[in-house]
Write a protein that binds this ligand. Sequence first.
Ligand code: HEM
Length: 209
Amino acid sequence: MTLQETHAVPSPQMPVSSGNPCPFLRALVAGGWLNDDVERLTKVRDTLLQASGQNEKGGKILVIAAIANGLSPAALLRNVREGLHLGMLRDGPLNKHGSGSRILDAHGQFQPEELQRLASFASTKRTLQGDSELGLSSHEVTAMMDANFERARAARRRIDRALMDGEWPVLLEVLGKDDADGARYLGVEDVRALFQDRRLPQRLAERLA
Ligand code: HEM
């Protein structure tokens, strides 16, 4: 196996609140692209679109960021007026409370055995450069999400499985790479760097530069 590329290491990293459970938003805060405390919805949208290299209008992102801290009229109004409170996402409706991968625990701490569990759903991929690395295809990502949902049977909400479809498949699209046959895969090392080190691959950081 070979490591395909370097990961951007912002130095020094900005501190990230333990109340932020989203690995992607955590990396954006660590790299200084988003504020750890509160960030205007349009800034969140523009930063996410820039990171993904997409030219969409981003209406969906605005809606998600508006509801992410609470569904009450007061909470919605506060997010529309002030912005997304990134350090308070654990208190919001998008937090699945253990139905996810559990690679970050409830205090934002990296759990290596949960990354190993994710890797157990992966297989060897042939890269465009002719090397190989461990990664998850779209099919393998789905199998992992199904298993996460099944594992949380005692405590899950029905909506949690639908929420996962807005997380891992989006990560596959944004952070993933094409293999030698043109199929998209999510590199396990990229997942590790994101969750453990809060680092994005160089190619993403360059889009944000
Ligand atoms: C405004 C935009 C976003 C908000 C408010 C948000 C919020 C959240 C929250 C609250 C969680 C925790 C869910 C849980 O584990 O129970 C989460 C998880 C996650 N998010 Fe985000 N997120 C956003 C954008 C993104 C984007 C753009 C990506 C991918 C590029 C992403 C990837 C993920 C992944 C993969 C997880 C799952 C973690 C796991 O299962 O361990 N998120 N997000």
